[in-house]
Every structure is written in structure tokens, then in C-alpha cells.
Write a protein that binds this ligand. Structure first.
Ligand code: MG
Length: 158
């Protein structure tokens, strides 16, 4: 049996906050305003995974009203989602992620992000695609005010 999931997330950028994307610290003057570490990529991927499993969304499992999730590394959210996936007998087929960010260029960090996410899934980095693009100066992303991510994931049951 196959399951597909789609997730998206957006966070406002503000100065003086570490920028975390896909579990990797990206050197930047701006980071995400958020209750957790604001890792937009992991939040989108968690939503895709919870969606594929029909288990609600990231807010269902980790409400931002709960102080225990304040400033935590979002990787723990994905670890939990992967545990749910495995306990239901699913494995990752592949995932494809888009990151929309005007600055800095993410190309130097793409491979690290793929390897970090693959480790959380206990899979090969080849199953995790990460693509980065700018918004060509348009909208909130183009103005450098926000970072957005989209993720699709395919699961299969052995
Ligand atoms: Mg988020």
C-alpha cells in the first residue's frame, strides 16, 4: 500500500535569530520567529508525513501553546513523526522538498540538509530531494521577510 502526503510552512524572518533549515544551521543575519526553532523545512516535512498517515498536522501533536516545545529543535518533531510512520509499518519511498528563500543562497547546505533528514528517516540521502529557489524579488519571500517550504512524501507498506 502506498500513501502520499503534502506539507507546507512559512515563517517570518527577523534579525538576530539563528536560521535553522532542515536541521542545519544556515549562517544568516535573519532567522525564523517561532515558538520552536522555526525550522520551516522540518515543519513542512512533518505535515507531509502526518498527512500521509492521516494523523492530523504538526500542531495536533506539538501545539505552540505548550511551553515544553518552546525553542526546541524541530528535529525531535520529525523523529516522533518517523516513529509513527514505522509503528504503522510504513517506510519512506521518497520525499521532495522546495525551500523558498531570497538570501542567503542555500546551495552549499543542500547536501547537509539531505543527509540530516535521511538520518532521521533511517534512509539513504538519495531518497530525499531538497531544492532551493528565490522568489525573484516578489512577495514576502522576495522581500526577505519570510521563508517558505513545501514537501511531498511517498510512503509504502512492506
Ligand atoms: Mg512552522
Amino acid at each position: 500500500m502506498f500513501r502520499i502526503g503534502y506539507g507546507t510552512d512559512i515563517h517570518t524572518l527577523a534579525p538576530g535569530i539563528p536560521l535553522m533549515l532542515g536541521g542545519i544551521h544556515i549562517p544568516s543575519e535573519y532567522g525564523c520567529e517561532a515558538h520552536s526553532d522555526g525550522d520551516t523545512v522540518i515543519h513542512a516535512l512533518c505535515d507531509a508525513l502526518f498527512g500521509a498517515l492521516s494523523l492530523g498536522d504538526i500542531g495536533t501533536h506539538f501545539p505552540d501553546s505548550d511551553p515544553q516545545w518552546k525553542n526546541v529543535a524541530s528535529s525531535i518533531f520529525l523523529e516522533y513523526a518517523v516513529q509513527q510512520m514505522r509503528s504503522e509499518g510504513f517506510r519512506i519511498g521518497n520525499a521532495d522538498i522546495n525551500i523558498h528563500l531570497e538570501n542567503p543562497k542555500l546551495r552549499p547546505y543542500i547536501q547537509q540538509i539531505r543527509e540530516h533528514l535521511a538520518a532521521l528517516f533511517h534512509c539513504e540521502p538519495g531518497l530525499i530531494s531538497v531544492k532551493a529557489k528565490t522568489a525573484e524579488g516578489t512577495g514576502a519571500v522576495g522581500a526577505g521577510e519570510a521563508v517558505r517550504a513545501e514537501a511531498v512524501i511517498l510512503l509504502y507498506q512492506e
